[in-house]
Design a protein around this ligand. Structure first.
Ligand code: F0G
Length: 482
């Protein structure tokens, strides 16, 4: 695809779509934001949308849908069994991934529940490039454990390595040799590695992982939730794939995966999920669990309207002008923040812009949750809602001690095709201001701490009156501005 050139010097992303339906936004004054974040226990998950200006919490289920997706939804064939809509989606999966069997599920973690129940036995191990919160939780719930074997460069926050999500093949071999292949439930490969900043994995690395696994007769499971961004990065960053179409890259990835599952809240820009495979034995084993937990095989907990939207969304994922939007906006945001000196994860990945809280607020110790504190501070000064991806997102160990995260990140997700460039510029401006005033930000402490997935419901409070001071500085710098 030819690059579109500007007269203009700087590199700015270009929207390859136009807006046809809008939703009005509110920007409440900073004094209200101060109340709101405290009502929410300083946890951005607990904010109400009415108090949020730009919702950058996640891209899950909130990507903009296309006119073609909306139109397809009107054609949905509603029936418990044998829906025409299901056949359409199954055909699309066959066409794109070349996988014969498709099992629907209501979202990504439902697929993880089912795959883990089917294959994780007590004492088994699931090696993966990096964990995702729900994927780890399901393995552990079934008595297994996970081993993270991302390449060392993957945890290097500031890097220029193009595929930081790659697996370390040597570590994989060692793990198999140490424990024996029979102890490995399966190897999980995560496309667009979420928790290290939406970092991609190369096609070559996926092929290498598959080869090792085949040598030991181990099943490879691909989490394709963030595949769209990863496809784009393979196309532009992997020399050997430069002349391949997105469709060809997708098929090549599928060919080195025994099972693919995905959250269609991300892949396909709708709401749902599914599992596909060419292996009849796997299909039959998983099938019973789908009907037990999700629903009959022709809907799996999804509405038929969403299934129609997913089928179109998957087709649109094969369009480079569609999947380049997220990565290009993210690259712009990362670049602009870097120019202001703000520490961010590099290279820019998919999903969103990831701010390095460990450095942004280096004066906040990890037991006072730097990424959580930064998330609260960014909301206060901008109305932008991000998500903590650091120690709060981890769990305490058996003895109640904190497990400090490898990275303390504030994720500012860019749901695809949702925000305009001026909105992104507003976020950049406010975060730049906050960086200049970073010494005013203080830590947080838990006042309510659930045992499991505490980042969803936990409530925290500021360790001092730093939030009042930050609000006062905002008022003196911005006058009566919101
Ligand atoms: N795998 C990955 C890589 C994900 O990013 C997610 C969800 C899931 C599985 C689970 O899918 O939400 O449909 O159950 N990630 C969302 C996020 C929640 O905000 O990053 P789900």
């Amino acid at each position: 695809m030819p690059e579109i050139k500007y007269h203009y010097e700087g590199k700015i992303p270009l929207e390859m779509h136009k807006v046809r339906i809008v939703q009005k936004l509110n920007l409440v004054p900073i004094e209200r934001r101060m109340e709101a974040i405290n009502e929410a226990g300083n946890n951005t998950f607990l904010l109400k949308n009415r108090d949020v200006f730009l919702d950058m919490l996640t891209d899950s289920g909130v990507n903009a849908m296309s006119d073609k997706q909306m139109a397809a939804m009107m054609e949905a064939d509603d029936s418990y069994a044998g829906s025409e809509t299901f056949t359409k989606l199954e055909d699309k999966i066959r066409e794109i991934f070349g996988k014969e069997y498709f099992l629907p599920a209501h979202q990504g973690r439902a697929c993880e529940n089912i795959i883990s129940q089917a294959y994780v036995k007590p004492g088994t191990i699931v090696p993966m490039n990096y964990h995702f919160t729900t994927s780890k939780a399901h393995v552990v719930l079934n008595g297994g454990s996970i081993e993270e074997i991302v390449i060392d460069e993957g945890l290097n926050v500031e890097s220029s390595f193009p595929f930081k999500g790659n697996m370390d093949i040597q570590k994989l071999e060692t793990l198999i040799n140490t424990h024996g292949a029979e102890k490995i439930a399966y190897v999980r490969v995560e496309a667009g590695t979420n928790l290290i900043g939406g970092q991609p994995i190369s096609l070559q690395n996926m092929k290498d992982v598959y080869q090792v696994c085949k040598n030991h007769n181990i099943m490879v499971v691909l989490d394709a939730s963030l595949l769209a961004d990863n496809l784009y990065f393979i196309k532009i960053r992997e020399e050997a794939c430069k002349n391949m179409s997105i469709r060809e890259i997708t098929r090549a990835i599928s060919d080195v995966s025994d099972v693919i599952y995905f959250s269609a809240r991300k892949l396909g820009c709708a709401r749902g999920g599914g599992i596909c495979t060419n292996n009849k034995e796997i299909y039959l084993k998983i099938r019973e669990l789908i009907t037990l937990y999700e629903g009959f095989l022709t809907y799996g907990g999804m509405s038929v309207r969403e299934m129609e939207a997913i089928a179109v969304g998957l087709e649109e994922t094969m369009d480079e002008n569609m999947i380049n939007q997220g990565p290009q906006f993210i690259e712009y945001m990362v670049g602009a923040l870097q120019e202001k000196g703000v520490p961010v994860v590099t290279p820019a990945g998919g999903l969103g812009c990831h701010v390095n809280a460990m450095k942004f607020v280096s004066h906040i110790p990890q037991n006072e949750y730097p990424a959580g504190a930064l998330a609260a501070a960014v909301y206060l000064v901008s109305g932008v809602r991000g998500m903590e991806r650091g120690t709060i997102s981890e769990q305490r160990d058996e003895n109640g001690n904190e497990t400090f995260a490898n990275m303390e990140l504030l994720r500012l997700a860019l749901p695809r095709r949702v925000f305009t460039l001026s909105q992104v510029n507003y976020a950049i401006d406010r975060i730049g201001w906050l960086y200049e005033n970073r010494n005013l930000i203080g830590g947080l402490k838990f006042v309510e701490e659930p045992k499991l997935l505490r980042f969803f419901f936990g409530r925290l409070e500021a360790v001092s009156d730093w939030q009042e001071k930050l609000v006062a500085k905002f008022r003196s710098d911005f006058g009566d501005s919101l």
